[in-house]
Ligand binder design. Structure first.
Ligand code: F3S
Length: 65
């Protein structure tokens, strides 16, 4: 599974990288970004799902890698 952030939707709420710093970071504007290639192991998938559920802009999506 792979996680992506839709940069057009992200408004920098920061819940992704606060809840799951192993999966997400942030850019110079404070907008979330996916670390590395976004491919998730089991732990990463759990964290990414938590972030997905908590992003107010619904900018995070998880799909087949
Ligand atoms: Fe952006 Fe959502 Fe994270 S708005 S900073 S992807 S919590």
């Amino acid at each position: 599974m792979k996680v992506v952030i839709d940069a057009a939707r992200c408004q920098g709420h920061g819940r992704c990288f606060s809840l799951a710093p192993a999966v997400f970071g942030y850019d110079e504007l404070g907008n979330g970004l996916v670390l590395g290639d976004g491919v998730l192991d089991a732990d990463g998938l759990e964290l990414a799902r938590l972030a997905e559920a908590n992003c107010p802009e619904h900018a995070i999506s998880i799909g087949e890698s």
